[in-house]
Design a protein around this ligand. Structure first.
Ligand SMILES: *Cc1c(COP(=O)(O)O)cnc(C)c1O
Length: 462
């Protein structure tokens, strides 16, 4: 399987290179040259199989012969053994046609573990074979850093430096990074906000000398392996509800549109999906786009669902490419224009193609809190604020038929918001209980790209 850029200006590459590279050289995102297919019989045969086996089957279609089937199977088994539920992604029924897919049973209690646990093993494996090492620099406003540190700690061929805005993330989020004792992990508390951390990351990634010297790499959600790993739970949950013999709908708390696009991937591979409801908080760029066709940045608002406080959804570029009939030139023009401050007007046929599968809905802060209260009162389940955004969207625009709501974070990750909305503190899972006692290790650093680059060089050299 070869991978091409959404902007049509880069040579096709293999799976390994697409995974290690992140962005294509022309600034586009990698997508497979053709979507691999599963037959109805193959999808039906996923029923009752262990999660890791389905993951290996799906990933195998994208990796082709670049990764041996035995290695892939072992990496999937190891990645999902790190989850504290034997089903990995269990389904909980909330109503006659509403099911929660609990994606938060991984080490950092957020859905990003599902892809990151696999990506860490996959990239370490290909680095080992190539005799290379990498240094991951990560800027986090909360969940990505914890999932990345949990996944990469102790890996032989990867160093990871996690930057977070000093004093601006929750204690639970910070401790998921700072309590890692392994030598290949460093945490930097940056004197600045998340934008300052991201600006430092962008400067570092654009520094080709630094890139070469330390094998600099990033783990953001544009990585295609992360998307594929996320498409797996669309298959397992839909099959548990009767697919492929009936269609299933999904409701997805969305920010960067990685999870939403993973649903599209499953659909393109043959899974009958009736609808994907893209649920946003007040940062509603995707909901507006699916309603009007115009993709226009808004002002980022801080909400109680911070992992979705995004007003440009990177993975929308992949959907735009597909919906325009894979028009690389049009995609390049649209997204370079967007980066330069212009809106994107989706052509009518492309918008119709998007709307055939996607619809959007946004929920404000009061609605999110009200949904947490209602869900608890009606079902006895405590939803985190991100999941509540999707539950609220579904309540207003139900169906059609059985719908899987992706529960993207454990409520214990956002105790203040849950307590404020429901009057009850969430129960902390066993694996997070020792977090408060483990010693922390991090260094404070100025919001200065030069200082961070020097730090990364010293770490990688030593
Ligand atoms: C990252 C994240 C999201 C948003 O996912 P995208 O793939 O960026 O759309 C939603 N909920 C939680 C808890 C997250 O950590």
């Amino acid at each position: 399987m070869r991978y091409i850029s959404t902007r049509g200006g880069s040579p096709a590459v293999g799976f390994v290179e697409a995974v290690l590279a992140g962005l294509a050289p022309d600034g586009g995102l990698y997508v497979p040259e053709a979507w691999p297919q599963f037959s109805i019989e193959e999808i039906a045969a996923f029923a009752g199989r262990p999660y890791a086996e389905v993951a290996a089957a799906v990933l195998g279609r994208f990796a082709g012969d670049e990764i041996a089937a035995d290695d892939l199977g072992r990496m999937c088994r190891e990645a999902y053994a790190a989850f504290d539920h034997p089903a990995v992604v269990p389904l909980v029924q909330l109503g006659p046609d509403v099911f929660l897919a609990e994606l938060f049973h991984g080490p950092s209690l957020a859905f990003k573990d599902v892809a990151m646990q696999l990506l860490a093993r996959l990239s370490d494996h290909v680095l080992e074979r190539a005799g290379r090492t990498q240094t991951i620099l990560c800027a986090t406003s909360g969940d990505t850093g914890g999932a990345a540190v949990e996944a990469f700690r102790g890996r032989a061929n990867t160093r990871i430096v996690a930057m977070f805005p000093d004093g601006r993330i929750s204690e639970v989020q910070r401790r998921f990074m700072t309590t890692a004792a392994e030598d290949n992990v460093r945490c930097l508390a940056v004197a600045g906000d998340f934008d300052a951390c991201q600006a430092i990351l962008k400067t570092a990634l654009a520094d080709s000398q630094l890139q070469k010297a330390v094998g600099l790499s990033a783990v953001n959600s544009i990585n295609f392996a992360r998307i594929v790993a996320q498409s797996v739970y669309y298959f397992t949950t839909a099959v548990a509800l009767g697919a492929p013999h009936r269609s299933v709908a999904f409701a997805v708390p969305s920010g960067n549109f990685g999870d939403g696009f993973a649903g599209y991937v499953a659909h393109r591979m043959g899974l009958p999906v009736s609808r994907i409801l893209i649920a946003t908080n007040a940062n509603d760029i995707l909901a507006r786009t699916f309603a009007t066709g115009t993709y226009a940045r808004g002002v980022v608002a801080e909400t109680q669902s911070p992992a979705m406080d995004i007003q440009s959804a990177s993975n929308f570029e992949r959907l735009f490419f597909e919906a325009t009939g894979r028009d690389g030139a049009a995609t390049a023009a649209a997204f370079t224009g967007f980066a330069a401050g212009r809106d994107i007007v989706t052509p009518p046929e492309a918008l119709a193609a998007m709307k055939a599968l996607f619809t959007g809905a946004s929920t404000d802060e009061a609605g999110t809190a009200a949904e947490m209260r209602l869900t608890l009162a009606e079902t006895g389940q405590t939803a985190d604020p991100h999941t509540a955004v999707a539950l609220s969207a579904l309540r207003r625009t139900p169906g059609p038929g059985p719908t899987v709501v992706l529960a993207t974070a454990h409520p214990a990750k956002f105790p203040e918001a849950v307590q404020a909305a429901t009057g009850q503190p969430p129960v902390t899972p066993v694996r997070a209980r020792s977090l408060a006692e483990r010693p922390e290790r991090f260094e404070r650093i100025g919001a200065d790209a030069g200082k961070v680059a020097a730090y990364v060089r010293a770490f990688a050299g030593g």
